[in-house]
Write a protein that binds this ligand. Structure first.
Ligand code: ZN
Length: 415
């Protein structure tokens, strides 16, 4: 093994390991929710790691961090080449989701600068804010605010599960709610964005390859279902007299699975709130969140329509009032064909034979794809598991990802 590989291995383990200390639950899993103490420490980690590689860090109007190579990135007219991902996690998530892309970006730039490659266009490693939406329910927050895809006033009115407002949380984290909002000039300077991410399924495991190029992101969305019945005594209320929303909820969970199976899509009910949540009461109300994803926008429409039909039928049988509200929806994303072809050729010239994979997971790259030529790289995940402590990647595959990203930055920014 070469000295260069040994050095990169050591550097990766150090850099990734320092981040993995933050928000780690000794019982398993990582929790770094946006604008919390763990998030503050992850941001401090980013600033320190960037500074150690000679990169200057600044924060944009949406709270995202930008590490510039060289120095402060300059204000000249050259289009910016940006790479990066996010540092926040879901509750009890894995160590690699988001983190791998940010670490790989920092190490790739570090490699190029060690080799004394000169950037001809400014390069930025970006750590996007609140990608998971684990606290305020707004995924890909930082990239969508920056791109003008979300209404700042509506966001600032949101509260988390503890009743803390988003405006308050942002201000406490040092993001000025007054200046908070989109930044079209910054988006306009971007010539390309390439996000490296751990794969969140088994595509690469099945293909036996370490790295893939993303082709696109499935359309996906979140819907809140509310079923209202009548709370009553579990012993004295005759079955015939009940209006039990739990029966509607059970039908809803099964309907989501049946519709997804039928349409070759995926659908999940992963969060429910039952009121009063008492063992000896017929519940009065049940709320559930449907997460649904499909290859085509129309298939997703069909899935949600089938779900709604089945739920309304069950509600009718059980005397329930039903409401289904769309909380978020992201259309299908195709990554930029020209940029993807260029990245593909670059990886092949560097001895990698990348697979081509779509994904059903949302990413900051998807938020930027409408405004900026965007591509994605995936690194193999042996368990195929994500949003769980079982999410992982082999060190050799991570190093292949860093080298791939370095080659791509060199191709896009240094020639
Ligand atoms: Zn992610």
């Amino acid at each position: 093994m070469s000295a260069g590989t040994d050095r990169l291995r050591e550097e990766f383990e150090g850099c990734f390991g320092r981040l993995a200390e933050i928000g780690r639950d000794p019982a398993g899993g990582w929790t770094r929710l946006a604008w919390t103490e763990e998030d503050r420490r992850a941001r401090a980690w980013f600033e320190a790691e960037a500074a150690a590689r000679g990169l200057g860090v600044e924060r944009d109007r949406a709270g995202n961090l930008w590490a510039w190579w060289p120095g402060q990135g300059g204000e000249d007219g050259e289009p910016v080449v940006a790479v990066g991902s996010h540092l926040d996690t879901v509750r009890g998530g894995g160590a690699y989701d988001g983190a791998l892309g940010v670490v790989s970006g920092l190490l790739a730039v570090g490699e190029l600068s060690r080799r004394e490659v000169e950037p001809r266009r400014p390069v930025a490693v970006v750590a996007f804010a609140d990608e998971e939406g684990g606290r305020f329910g707004v995924p890909t927050f930082g990239s969508r605010v920056l791109a003008g895809a979300l209404d700042p006033a509506e966001l600032l009115a949101r509260v988390d599960q503890d009743g803390t407002g988003m405006g308050e949380a942002l201000a406490a984290a040092g993001v000025d709610p007054e200046g908070f909002g989109p930044d079209p000039a910054r988006i306009g300077r971007l010539g390309a964005f390439v996000e490296l991410h751990v794969e969140q399924g088994r595509g690469l495991v099945d293909l036996g390859r370490p790295v893939a190029l993303g082709t696109g992101i499935w359309p996906h969305g979140r819907w809140r279902l509310t079923l209202a019945g009548e709370a009553n005594h579990a012993g004295t209320t005759r079955l015939a007299d009940r209006r039990d929303p739990m029966l509607g909820l059970a039908a809803a969970v099964l309907a989501a699975r049946a519709a997804a199976t039928e349409l070759g899509a995926v659908a999940t009910v992963g969060r429910v709130v039952v009121e009063p949540n008492s063992a000896n009461s017929v519940p009065g109300r049940a709320s559930a969140w449907l997460d649904a994803r499909a290859e085509q926008d129309q298939t997703l429409d069909w899935l949600v329509a089938a779900f709604q039909g089945a739920v309304e039928e069950a509600a009718g049988r059980n005397g329930l009032a039903v409401e289904l509200a769309c909380e978020s929806r992201s259309p299908a994303v195709q990554f930029d064909p020209d940029l993807t072809a260029r990245v593909d050729a670059c990886l092949r010239a560097n001895g990698l034979d990348p697979a081509a994979l779509p994904t059903a997971a949302g990413h900051d790259a998807g938020s930027l794809a409408a405004a900026v030529p965007t591509a994605m790289l995936f690194v193999r995940n042996p368990t195929g598991t994500s949003h769980s402590p079982a999410e992982t990647a082999e060190l050799d595959d991570c190093l292949a990802g860093v080298r791939a990203l370095a080659a791509v930055i060199e191709e896009l920014a240094c020639r």
